[in-house]
Unconditional design. Sequence first.
Length: 152
Amino acid sequence: MSENLDSEQRARLWEYRLHIEDQVYSRMTVFLTYETILIGVVGVLSTNKPEPPRPLLTILIVLGMFITLTWLYVQHNIKQSLEILETRACDNFPEHNVTIYRIVSGRKVVSRLTKTKNRPLGMRGPALQLITYVVPILILLVWIVFLLFQLP
């Protein structure tokens, strides 16, 4: 359902959609970099001889867990914005809608998972779900395992 936008409004809509999509990946890169460095610090400190600094390790692990939960929350919110903008883009840019449809239809497993009423959900496909939810949850599991090893 097109919104009858003029060319300037359509350009702003597309620009904003690209900006939000860039935020999804930029934020993920920042969080992954930070988490990797923090996991590395915890790993180095935990191998300290003769006795690792347990209180410091516990604080760093809990910090890592809170950062991961924050990451999950931020990614969820930006994903919701991207889905709304992607729907608007598909409604206002027929060529984009056709392209997304052909891409998703070409992926046999994905097309079965994402089609509704002969229109694929495009950005709501499994890849966006994975980077929004699965990656942070896996990192959270790493922190939980670290915390379990810290308990006496």
